[in-house]
Design a protein around this ligand. Structure first.
Ligand SMILES: C[S@@+](CC[C@H](N)C(=O)[O-])C[C@H]1O[C@@H](n2cnc3c(N)ncnc32)[C@H](O)[C@@H]1O
Length: 367
């Protein structure tokens, strides 16, 4: 994959896949990585108007003032009729953030994708509630990788072939009911498809994304209902993406996006509150920053500043030291509770140095 930073390299560990190790002795305060290239983000539906879509500012529930209107769209793409444009479900904290968002090359494709999804959500919301899903039944399936593969094969063999046989104007009828969750997830995949389409294939983000660890099986095994949810998101995108992004959508890429976002995404949190009190606002995927393992005694602090995420050493380290961050967990909890949080939220048994040594101590006391 090539180097990510001059300060560290990625190596295998015995306990938890790959991790980052310092190349030299490093001093406390060293910024070992500044990352601002996001491959996708998802803002929770209830907070969609309260978070700046560009810098992720959240101002204690205040609605963001800036939107994109038909006027801005006409400037971006003159000659297209933008009457009836709904703003693509985007809110910004300032004109600067809105303009920075609009300055992205080819951004009209992305806005068109968001707008289609928003339009479809609004139609579904007007048409009343969907048939109730039998969550209990869906969650009782015994999941294996073969079963997941089979479901996707069936989608390709049956549903996609059926849709392709229909006239384009009839395909919309095959779109599943869109919930707020489907909408948010589809939007996030839409962003990833857009970014991946326009990223240089040798860029660090692209190279990192390609080799991210997928947690598809562990997550779906824990919540089998997610398999049908993900298939529904795929169907929504298949029907609603504009042609420029539709051409990017394939089952393997979609599965990689969905499988990797779960274990690698960074939460977007309300700033300035304690870990137990702050609001969870959404998440974003920053592939080059996704090779840090978790430690319950992390030597790296992660600081979010607008779109940028900085990773800063909180102590001096020797060459070859593993550089770890803390995933979202209250580190003051006892070892069993911390490990429970990691298992429930991140689907792994934490084997960081602190947990290993505390577990050994408990073991020695008991036996
Ligand atoms: C964000 S990724 C970190 C990079 C990952 N190790 C890799 O090879 O791509 C998170 C995954 O790393 C592993 N991991 C991270 N911290 C760990 C820990 N303290 N104990 C065990 N596994 C860990 C888990 O498999 C987790 O799902």
């Amino acid at each position: 994959m090539g180097p990510i930073s001059e300060f560290f390299s990625i190596q295998n560990t015995e306990y938890g896949g790959r991790a980052c190790f310092s190349n030299t002795a490093l001093a406390r305060g060293t910024v070992i990585l500044d990352a601002d290239e996001c491959l996708g983000e998802s803002i929770s539906y209830e907070f969609r108007k309260e978070i700046c879509h560009f810098c992720f500012l959240y101002n204690y529930g205040k609605k963001m003032k800036w939107r994109i209107g038909a006027f801005e769209m006409e400037q971006l793409e003159p000659g297209t009729n933008w009457k009836g444009f709904r703003g693509a479900g985007l809110w910004f904290c300032s004109q600067q953030c809105r303009d920075a968002f609009l300055r992205q090359e080819h951004v009209v494709e992305l806005i068109q994708g968001y707008e289609n999804l928003l339009h479809a959500l609004q139609i579904t919301q007007k048409s009343g509630s969907p048939q109730k899903t039998d969550e209990q039944k869906l969650n009782s399936f015994l999941i294996s990788s073969e079963l997941i593969d089979r479901q996707w094969e069936q989608l390709q063999e049956n549903w996609i072939k059926h849709v392709l046989r229909l006239k384009p104007n009839k395909r919309i009828l095959q779109c599943p009911h869109i919930t707020e969750e489907t909408y948010c997830c589809a939007r996030s995949v839409c962003t990833s498809l857009f970014q991946l389409k326009h990223l240089d294939s040798t860029s660090l983000t692209k190279r990192s994304f390609d080799v991210l660890q997928s947690n598809e099986l562990s997550k779906i095994s824990r919540f089998p209902i997610l398999l049908s949810f993900q298939i529904a998101v795929y169907q929504v995108l298949y029907i609603l993406l504009p042609p420029s992004l539709h051409s990017q959508l394939s089952v393997p890429l979609f599965r990689h996006i969905m499988g990797t976002e779960y274990g690698n995404a960074f939460g977007i949190w309300q700033a300035g509150e304690s870990i137990d009190d702050r609001e969870y606002l959404g998440y974003r995927l920053i592939p080059q920053a996704s090779f840090f393992n978790h430690s319950c005694d992390p030597n790296i602090d992660k600081i979010a500043n607008g779109r940028k995420m900085s990773f800063i050493l909180n102590r001096d380290v020797q060459p070859g030291t593993q550089l770890c961050i803390a995933y979202n967990c209250n580190l003051k909890l006892p070892v069993a509770d911390r490990r429970h949080v990691m298992k429930e939220n991140w689907f792994f048994d934490c084997l960081c140095e602190k947990c290993s040594s505390e577990l050994q101590t408990i073991h020695k006391c008991l036996f």
